[in-house]
Ligand binder design. Structure first.
Ligand code: GYE
Length: 321
């Protein structure tokens, strides 16, 4: 009995000391406040991700301070600085681009506020600036897209002309999805990327850039878009040019949000590589562990799959986003 009490007291004391010295001030009463600096609201993926984070925080009893950076790094830096000033217990963010974070991350570290990267990575050499990175393997996603293409055109002998709509310039998913795809299609010189430009992960930009692609390249066989939204915008451009998406031009995208899956089931997209936005529950779990002083994995990879048109028809009714 005595032993049990002392263990309990000890556990209580440890919890208290972690709460008071392990955070940047915090409330000290065991409640957790998280500052979350979101990228923006650029895509269906992002909207689903925001919802997941907000719902999971509520569920976990974590107070969430949320900001939307409208895809601008300077806004994200401002938000992080304000979270430091407000002495939140933990900061989580999805870095819009990979570079340029060392200074603000150092400020958080000096204030003893742990940082968790979600969804997108940073290229900081000093990995002690953040506790973990929770998100997808974007290079692998690009490889999956390339692998489908190689298989689809395995008996083709003519050149395969590909246009690529890249995500936000300098972002981890744009860099990595481009690299993974390029690596796989390099196996056969018949695959030619004839144009590659950013569409900033939005529908509007995807449409605009695809219109330009169609004007300057009469012979496009394949579109590889780094997300569904740009692919959906491009579909409008392709139809506007009198061509049939999914037939005249084969389309591969990444994300597998509802609108993308619907277009896949309708035959307008040919293949989608899944990228799950439902990171909220895992993020809250990791935050709690970090604040308890538990060791966590430096990298937590999301599990994902791929979809053909037939598979999309089956999966659509049960999709959560
Ligand atoms: O694929 C895209 C969004 O970072 C994985 O950002 C995320 C990407 C996602 O805008 O739709």
């Amino acid at each position: 009995m005595l032993k049990r009490i002392s263990v309990l007291v000890l556990a209580g004391l440890t919890a208290m000391s972690v709460a008071s010295c392990g955070s940047g001030g915090g409330s000290g009463d065991g409640s957790i406040t998280m500052g979350f600096a979101q990228v923006g609201a650029e895509s269906g993926w992002r909207t689903a991700n925001t919802k997941s984070v907000q719902e999971a925080a509520k569920e976990a009893g974590i107070t969430l301070k949320f900001s939307d950076a409208q895809q601008k790094q300077e806004n994200q830096i401002k938000a992080i600085r304000s979270y430091i000033q407000q002495k939140v217990d933990v900061i989580a963010f999805s870095p819009v681009v990979e570079s340029g974070w060392d200074t603000v991350l150092k400020e958080a570290k000096d204030a003893k506020i742990p940082v968790i990267l979600t969804d997108r990575a940073v290229d900081s050499k000093d990995t002690s600036l953040y506790k973990t990175f929770l998100g997808s393997d974007f290079v692998e996603e690009g490889r999956k897209a390339g692998t489908w293409l190689v298989e689809e055109y395995k008996s083709a002998t003519d050149p395969v002309n590909i246009v690529e709509l890249q995500g936000t310039t300098g972002s981890a998913p744009a860099n990595d999805r481009k690299a993974g795809f390029a690596e796989v299609i390099a196996a056969d010189p018949k695959f030619k990327v004839v144009a590659s430009q950013t569409g900033d992960f939005t529908r509007a930009k995807g449409k605009e850039v695809m219109e330009a692609f169609l004007k300057s390249n009469p012979d496009i066989d394949v579109l590889y878009a780094h997300n569904d939204d740009m692919g959906l915008g491009a579909i409008e451009a392709i139809e506007g040019a009198g061509k049939v998406p999914g037939k005249d031009i084969k389309i591969i995208t990444i994300d597998a949000v509802k609108d993308g899956m619907q277009a896949l089931a309708d035959g307008k997209i040919n293949y989608i590589v899944e990228c799950s936005p439902l990171l909220g529950p895992q993020l809250m779990d990791l935050a709690k562990k970090v604040l308890k002083g538990e060791t966590i994995e430096a990298r937590v990879v999301t599990e994902e799959t791929t979809f053909t048109q037939e598979q999309a028809k089956t999966a659509l009714p049960g999709r959560k986003y």
